[in-house]
Design a protein around this ligand. Structure first.
Ligand code: NI
Length: 171
């Protein structure tokens, strides 16, 4: 099932999500499958549950954009335990379509998370995967990439979005 993606302006995107407490259930597996399907349908490389109005600490990532199934990553209740180096690169967000800006992130991270079965896993990521992990884990904490921009750029984007909202072009 393809979910509708929540757009910037909805408070759920700026609310910290709750831990997932039940693992290995058919419902959780279905939700993960649906999140991948929704992400691919929207040509994204990452999607966090709050973006489909599910306020839970769950995110899916595929830096290959569906080219290579071995690159699919599911992070549940994730935390970043190692951050090293820096990278600057363009970032966008399915909840803020049409806006892309350079964002500074760690170049290498290690994330500790649960998998669908509830096992604790530690996953390293570099470059684009590291960027996606940081962007998606931010979502679980109610933080959008706009928060990493200068106040000037952030205000400019907010003003443009407000115009789109008024014109009914932001749903
Ligand atoms: Ni995003």
């Amino acid at each position: 099932m393809i979910y509708r993606i929540v757009k910037y302006g909805d408070p759920i995107l700026e609310t910290p999500a709750a831990d997932v407490t039940e693992f290995g259930t058919p419902e959780l597996k279905q939700l993960v499958d649906d999140m991948f399907e929704t992400m691919y349908a929207n040509k994204g490389i990452g999607l966090a549950a709050p973006q489909i109005a599910v306020s839970q600490r769950l995110t899916v990532i595929d830096p290959s954009a569906a080219e290579d199934a071995t690159q699919k990553v599911v992070l549940i209740n994730p935390e970043i335990i190692v951050r090293e180096g820096t990278q600057i690169g363009e970032e966008g967000c399915l909840s803020i379509p049409g806006f892309r800006e350079d964002v500074k992130r760690a170049k290498h991270v290690v994330v500790r998370a649960r998998n669908v079965e509830g096992e604790t896993v530690e996953l390293p990521g570099d470059d684009l995967l590291a960027r996606a992990m940081q962007h998606e884990i931010d979502h679980l904490n109610g933080i959008l990439f706009l928060s990493h921009l200068s106040m000037l750029k952030r205000d400019l984007i907010r003003r443009k979005i407000r115009k789109l909202q008024k014109a009914g072009e932001w749903n």
